[in-house]
Design a binder for this molecule. Sequence first.
Ligand SMILES: C[S@@+](CC[C@H](N)C(=O)[O-])C[C@H]1O[C@@H](n2cnc3c(N)ncnc32)[C@H](O)[C@@H]1O
Length: 307
Amino acid sequence: MPVRNDTIFERFLAPVVKTFLIDRDAILRYYQSRDWQQESDRLRNPAVEYPSYYSSQNFHSIEGGYLSLEAALSYDPITQYALPPNETWVRKALLERVQGSPRRILDLGCGTGTSTRMLKRAFPQAEVIGLDLSPYMLAVAEDKAKGDSRSDPYGNRLDIQFVHQNAEQTGFPDASFDLVTATLLFHETPPEVAQTILREAFRLLTVGGQVLVLDGNQSVIRQTEWLAEIFEEPYIKAYAAGSVDAWMGKAGFGAVQTDSLWVIHQITQGVKPLPGQQVRSVEFATPLGEGDRQWAWNWRSEAVRGG
Ligand SMILES: C[S@@+](CC[C@H](N)C(=O)[O-])C[C@H]1O[C@@H](n2cnc3c(N)ncnc32)[C@H](O)[C@@H]1O
């Protein structure tokens, strides 16, 4: 692949390096070390149709959003600053909420696979699949999962499958996973899409299976205008106006609960109940948007009427 340092640096890295303490040379070296076009083409699913919210928007000031190699290569160096106080600590908080020992795990919108790898390390016996709409993000995820196996075939390779697909309609069979996760996905999607993804997660889970969503704290972002402005995030205000726990309840999940994490993050969890089981313990940790409030009111009234 012809290497065009001028292009990647001038077009993209220069402004990013100015803003964050990022090792520009390390990114360029990584960029030059692989044939990324070939790696992403190998993962690309030609049947995938990109939804317009995804293909028509720039994310984080990057032209083409996640459908660009620049976004994929700079994602990890930037994300370390987006998850204070410490990226690993924040991601581990999601792992700590996993109930039991899931055997099949699906990480939706897995990006460069940082949480996916942590899931595989925490549950080495589980079959772990990372799914994303960007073949470039997946190429980086797969490369990271290979660890240093290029120089050492017995190195820290992690057996994770990466799938190029839309999380709204994954194509996996009903009840085929016992844990579905989504980290930092919903603030990147319009709320209707987040809700479609939660309905898909519900379909994919076995009864008793768990869904876990880590993302920005909606009520805090709502009250803190600058947080919504920091990155170029086209849907973050709409995300903040909603409520993941209400969306989860609406998708059919029970035992829904949102915990605030280091003020600016939140983790929401839910469990797929038995068919016909009364779903009770929804805790609306985040104040609700208008549509959600109406739904929550109806839901609560029905729960009360149901005794
Ligand atoms: C902010 S990144 C989060 C990546 C990763 N989960 C993490 O925690 O670092 C959001 C990811 O969601 C992906 N994405 C957005 N909409 C999606 C959809 N409908 N289906 C699958 N992936 C999607 C993007 O391509 C991107 O990789």
